[in-house]
Write a protein that binds this ligand. Sequence first.
Ligand code: G16
Length: 577
Amino acid sequence: ASSLRLDDALRSAAQAYLKPPGFRPFYGTAGYRALAPLLPSTVFRCGVLMAVRSLLLDAPTGICITASHNPAPDNGVKLVEPTGEMLTRSWEAHADSLACAESTEAFLAAFAALLEAEGIVLPPSSSSQSHAGVYIAHDTRPSSPGLAEAARVGAAALGVPTHDLGLLTTPQLHWAVARTAPGEHFNEDDYFAELAGAYAALVSRAATGGGAEPADGGAEPADVSVTGRAPLPSTPTVLHVDCANGVGAPKLLALADRCTAAGLHLTLHNTGEGALNGRCGADFVQKARLLPDGLEGAGPSYPCCSLDGDADRIVFFVPGTGAGLTLLDGDRIAALAALLCADLAAALPRGLSPAIGVVQTAYANGAATRYLTEALRLPVTVTPTGVKHLHAAAHAHDVGIYFEANGHGTVLFAPAYLLRLKEFVQAGANADDEDPTIARAVESGRDLLALSLLVNQTVGDALSILLLVVVALRRRGWTLEDWAGIYRDLPSRQSVRSVADRSVIVTADAERRVARPAALQPAIDAAVAAAPQGRAFVRPSGTEDVVRIYAEAATQEDADALAAEVSDLVALHAGGL
Ligand code: G16
């Protein structure tokens, strides 16, 4: 009888969220994206899906309403596992079968098929100990609160408690899902305090004599205590931040307040007065290589960075003369993060030295990959686009650094490695050793532990990576120009092409080759062969209705020409509009 009641509840809730006829949503690079008015049924059904996932795992899941870097009229939904990572790949097909069901009856049939496929019996035996729940947050788009409500109704139709976290960055929501203990409520201050505390620890160093007061950066976990350290002898970091007119602006303001005492001075631009991601933000700066609106007047030596609309990506840049700039993209953040980790690990005993690996996509500049493999001698893995792919591959290392060139990425610390590090630091602290080599090693261990707290372990997080970059630069005494000088990018060009149906392009070999249409790859190969140091690939975007084109070559003219030629080949072989 109770399962009949549940069917009725689900049917009547679903009736209020009918799918627009002909709309075929698909789970893309990071969940669903479309024009906002198309999405209520999709998001409602995602609410149902994540409630089922939560019941199955007996742990809270998460839903974030955002279309991230897309234009303001779009919206979307990102789905979060109890670990804080993106929805497990094996459930993407379940999501699609719910999202695409034409009618309410078809949706209920797809729902029944999901339960059967996963061996789930609903309702679960009633237990006051259940940890099921769905955390819901959203970005600043006007359409977001309504879609968050659709997600809530979907989860509530299965009787699963929902927690409305309101306005958050996507990475904050991931962090909240992973870090909120059963029975507790997410407190945003905990997030800010953890990042600010770890930042304060990392911009200080062992005092050779007499303990200066720790920088006042917020709560500091016991095993990364800064007591007894003095601030690094470098000038405060001044940085101009383009916030893409998105949710990153108020959140970064709150975080920056806690980091001022530790020498961080941020000036925020594009804080919400203009269009979300409109000629500003990380995607614009990285793809167009132009100064964002609001920073056109910046002098040539301004150190700047740009977040995207939901603050899960960041790129840095130094304005040049005119509208141009020197871009420090995700590839360079990966290199800097690798240098920081290597610096910190250098004082550790050999047995504790972490195996560091880097994960990139085909978009990584050839010069960046060479720097990592040849100068830093690190293993580099290439995966398809999408944090879900890079994140999974990064788990293979003690310290797995992954970044897409567009600025999305993080540094993952293997739990087993962190445990060994903690034991070492603890033993060192207890021994109260006078030996300076051991003291330095313990200090490094503490710093690496602090780094694992500074860097969001669930997903790329612009706020956290901003702090990581500042820490890395300050510890080396580097400017952005010094950082830009570690290697020279091969000239490259990214563009997009509209085609009638981008799904006709199927890629292989981590998107580096086209498997279908069959004639396209040989044509690209011929174009590449004619360009000195040429490389090019195409792939259908998983967030926008376009085919993306990437080309690099010995000169900017060659890269531009190669990108234009490959774009025409896409049009020719894949039905260009
Ligand atoms: C999302 C994904 C990223 C991906 C980007 C572009 O970012 O999380 O991993 O690089 O889309 O994907 P595509 O090239 O398939 O459009 P965001 O910041 O939009 O959530």
